[in-house]
Design a binder for this molecule. Structure first.
Ligand code: UDX
Length: 433
């Protein structure tokens, strides 16, 4: 099948490469020529395990190519997938500028009966505007569909190849048949729905997962008042088949490119349709308040930050990615510097991206090694649970007090205490402060 994917961000590149690997003829389009040049050379502009290999093999096999030229790519395409970004606008609503720009760019070249798929996360009702914007620039008949993406960064290739379900939100029968054929090699359950359900389903999934994280964070906070251990509590609730044991680890709040943006969007969407007292609004506020709350606790623990050397380990928002969007490091590092600490940042992949984010700042440096980052540190703060960090053999402390703040509960309290650290996890019994 001839497929074009518009937008070579995270979702676009992964989808293009995976559809090519199923034997389709795929062209990725982007308006940024530098990005396209890089992709042609097999260079992925971000770190994602396994993606670069797939990109190279599919381009070598001649099934995947990249261009900035809509006319040559769209003319023959049976399916056009829009996978551009929908960042949060100033109002908190998803900014659909790029989606609409893609519609207007592809419309003049659309083939008769082409199917335009919106994979970008968009609010319910967007497909109607997509249809109208395309129709304004073409005379051919076409169909529009909503096929949301559920992949996670860091495991994107595996998630795309083995999805729990493929959601196809579409009205026209021929379009459904074509999209079902395109996704057939995945051997995943196909859920056919109306487009609005597909869009709502994506927001529902992401906001539920975000809510789950906030819920366990709040239970962890209560553990610190009661002496309960959050891991033991998770062990109890997880055994309930209705609740399940996955996706339950407490931490510094949810980050990344999806949850914060999608919760904000559903909160604002609710207000717009007149539902002014939803839990989504509160959820967003609680997540924003999460790090400041933890930071206060850490400040009490270490007794102030002035002249302290702090090793911040894990700069990306989660392991196996170099994505810093809504990463805890972006809030923690500036606050530490403001309060007079010297900060050394370490991350297995995200140092270069972090350097671009932070620029030159007095008191801030980055290292390529864990030993170097933690040497002489007064405080170690683990913000992301990279394997390199959680499996590192932290040496015993020598003759000074060293605080070890573990925001992902990845370390054994007892072991670190034996090594001489003053350990603070999340919800691990009564807090010392
Ligand atoms: C998420 C969804 O999982 C995915 O289905 C959707 O398509 C995009 O958004 P992603 O943002 O890549 O994927 O990461 P995910 O692993 O879900 O983590 C999101 C955030 O929640 C991270 O900040 C992570 O640290 C945090 N998290 C996750 C927790 O704090 N606790 C958990 O138990 C799980």
């Amino acid at each position: 099948m001839k497929v074009v994917v518009i937008g070579t961000g995270f979702v676009g590149v992964v989808s293009a490469a995976v559809f090519a690997s199923f034997g389709n003829d795929v062209v990725g389009i982007d308006i940024d020529p530098t990005k396209i040049e890089k992709l042609r050379r097999g260079e992925v502009p971000f770190f994602e395990p396994g993606l670069s290999e797939l990109l190279v093999s599919e381009q070598t096999a001649g099934r995947l190519s990249f261009t900035t030229d809509y006319s040559s790519a769209v003319t023959d395409a049976e399916v056009c997938i829009i996978a551009v970004g929908t960042p949060s606008g100033a109002s908190g609503r998803a900014d659909l500028t790029y989606v609409y720009a893609a519609c207007e760019s592809l419309a003049p070249y659309l083939k008769e009966n082409a199917v335009v798929v919106v994979k970008s996360t968009v609010p319910p009702g967007t497909l109607q505007s997509v249809r109208e914007r395309i129709a304004a620039h073409t005379k051919v008949s076409f169909s529009v569909a909503s096929v949301p993406e559920f992949l996670r960064e860091g495991t994107a290739v595996a998630d795309t190849l083995h999805p729990d379900r493929v959601v196809i939100g579409v009205q026209e029968e021929y379009a459904f048949e074509r999209l079902a054929t395109l996704h057939e090699p995945l051997k995943a359950p196909i859920v056919r729905v109306v487009p609005e359900s597909a869009q709502m389903g994506k927001y529902a999934a992401n906001s539920y997962l975000a809510l789950r994280i906030m819920f366990i964070n709040q239970i962890a906070d209560l553990c610190e008042h009661t002496g309960a251990d959050i891991d033991e509590v998770i062990g109890i609730i997880g055994k309930d088949a209705r609740i399940g044991s996955h996706y339950w680890y407490p931490g510094p709040g949810y980050g990344g490119s999806c949850f914060p943006k999608d919760v904000k969007e559903i909160a604002e969407y609710s207000k717009q349709v007149g539902e002014t007292e939803t839990l989504f609004i509160t959820l967003h506020q609680l997540n924003e308040a999460r790090l400041p709350r933890l930071f206060k606790q850490w400040t009490r623990l270490v007794g102030g930050w002035e002249h302290k050397k702090v090793a911040v380990l894990g700069l990306s928002f989660k392991p196996e990615t170099d994505d810093l969007r809504e990463a805890p490091s972006l809030k923690v590092i500036p606050r530490l510097l403001e309060l007079g600490a010297t900060v050394v940042g370490y991350d297995p992949q995200a140092v270069a991206v972090a350097q671009r984010y932070f620029g030159e700042k007095s008191g801030l440096s980055f290292t390529e090694g864990l030993s170097e980052a933690t040497a002489d540190a007064d405080v170690i703060i683990v913000l992301t649970e990279w394997k390199e960090i959680t499996s590192f053999a932290f040496p015993a402390t020598t003759n000074k007090k060293v605080f070890f703040i573990d925001t992902r509960n990845q370390f054994s309290t007892q072991k670190l205490q034996e090594l001489g650290y003053i350990y603070q996890g999340i919800g691990k019994g009564k807090s010392r402060v």
